[in-house]
Design a binder for this molecule. Structure first.
Ligand code: PLP
Length: 426
């Protein structure tokens, strides 16, 4: 019996074997090959619906932060539920539109927007530019002027709070490259108001990613609320508050806020300001809607260390080595009751090429499949072809059906666009 409030786990075991919804993971690996990313459409929609419900009756828009997982089918799944999209480049804007996003639900963040990127976003009529410095504001004004358009803008303010996460994904400290210091905001808004081709409509803030505590959100939002009141007193019409993304997920034993707790703290801080609340969730919608599946190639002992060498590597999934991130790993088949402490490593020629280090895992052998959990965010999105490795395939599952939503790259894909200028070589 399926309780609609507690639907079956997206990736659970049936008869000992790991399934993606109702499809055996081993079947996908056999048909599509490895390494492969597998996403659950049901998990994506459930994560979206839970966050959407957390904002309940307050006027809000969830703009999915597309950088977490940019696959068109994934984006479409969320857009079909009513998501807008948060983009940080022209390429992401292109992807959002391809996936069917409504331009009036697209917000454009990012610390270094080029003129052509600003122009493209203006032409399609996006909802909001989150402006990260005053020079950028002047460029947006100039480009909008040349198009005879009015650009809707918010400043991304940096509230100088420590989000207590990995330094590479902390963005709200005064020392980070993001946003303008909140102490300079009043001046910056005054400058914006004097420009002809921008319309100041909001305030934006994003302090970091994989936040597992509510306090940094609360502290940042309290500062944003004070700023909104100050700006209104100075005559600015603030209609939108963009609270950014960053809600953490469970990789290991973290206890991140629930969607409901997160929604409550946002509404508590800024709900009374009669503004539309924009949220930019990335990881919290996609991380646990995906797994990364890889096959064991070899095992190797070197004295006191045991290595499991798999066909997936840091070029496919860089989080473990880039952020020293933990992602759970389990065998796809029935787990052997006997365990061993191993390093799970890929074929890339770097000692930093690992998916796990010193991890106690059920004993596996050559050709066994391993599933790396929580791989739906910042997994394929950060993949490269390093070491001449075609990027993995991506698969979307719903119920008992699945589709390849990105083909495995071919060898030809590795050299696409390259040429050898013979006359320069002699
Ligand atoms: C990366 C990013 C997000 C999404 O962060 P998550 O931690 O994945 O939710 C939202 N907004 C901005 C501006 C970002 O850079």
């Amino acid at each position: 019996m399926t309780d609609p409030a507690r639907p079956a786990e997206a990736f659970g075991r049936r008869g000992g074997w790991l399934h993606a919804e109702a499809v055996p993971v081993a079947q996908i690996a056999d048909e599509v090959g490895t390494p492969v990313y597998i996403y659950s459409a049901t998990a994506l929609t459930q994560a979206f619906d839970a966050l959407d419900a957390a904002f309940g009756g307050s006027r809000h828009l969830l703009c999915y932060s597309i950088k977490a997982n940019m696959n068109l089918a994934v984006v479409r799944t969320l857009v079909a539920r009513g998501a807008g999209v948060d983009v940080t480049s022209r390429g992401e804007l292109f992807r959002a539109l391809r996936a069917g996003a409504d331009p009036s639900r697209i917000v454009y963040s990012g610390v270094g927007k080029r003129d052509d990127e600003i122009a493209a976003a203006l032409e399609i009529g996006i909802k909001l530019f989150n402006v990260e410095c005053r020079q950028e504001l002047r460029r947006i004004d100039a480009v909008a002027g040349s198009q005879g358009r009015l650009a809707p803008v918010a400043f991304r303010v940096n509230p100088d709070v420590d989000p207590q996460t990995h330094p590479y994904i902390s963005t709200g400290l005064r020392t980070s490259k993001f946003g303008i210091p909140i102490s300079e905001a009043v001046d910056a808004y005054a400058e914006a108001k004097a420009l002809e081709n921008v319309r100041v409509i909001g305030v934006d803030c994003h302090i970091g990613s994989q936040l597992t505590k509510l306090e940094p959100f609360g502290d940042a939002l309290a500062r944003v609320r004070d700023l909104v009141l100050e700006l209104r007193a100075a005559g600015h019409g603030i209609e939108v508050i963009d609270v950014g993304g960053g809600l953490g997920v469970v990789y290991d034993d973290e206890v991140p806020p629930t969607a409901a707790e997160y929604g409550a703290i946002v509404i508590d801080a800024v709900g009374g300001l009669d503004c539309e609340i924009v949220v930019e969730p990335g990881r919290s919608l996609t991380a646990n809607a995906g797994i990364f599946v890889t096959r064991v190639l070899y095992e190797k002992d070197n004295g006191d260390k045991h290595f499991v060498i798999v066909d997936g590597a840091m070029n496919d999934l860089i989080r473990p080595t880039l952020y020293q991130a933990y992602q759970a790993i389990e065998p796809v088949g029935p787990p052997n009751p006997e365990t061993r402490v191993v390093d799970v490593v890929g074929p890339v020629c770097e000692s930093g090429d690992f998916l796990a280090q010193q991890r106690e895992l059920p004993v596996v052998g050559r050709s066994d499949l391993l599933a790396v959990r929580s791989a739906g965010a910042y997994g394929f999105a950060m993949a490269s072809q390093y070491n001449g490795r075609p990027r993995a395939a991506e698969v979307l599952v719903r119920g008992d059906r699945f589709a390849i939503v990105r083909k495995r790259e071919s060898l030809e894909d590795l050299v696409r666009g390259e040429s050898i200028p013979e006359d320069l070589l002699t």
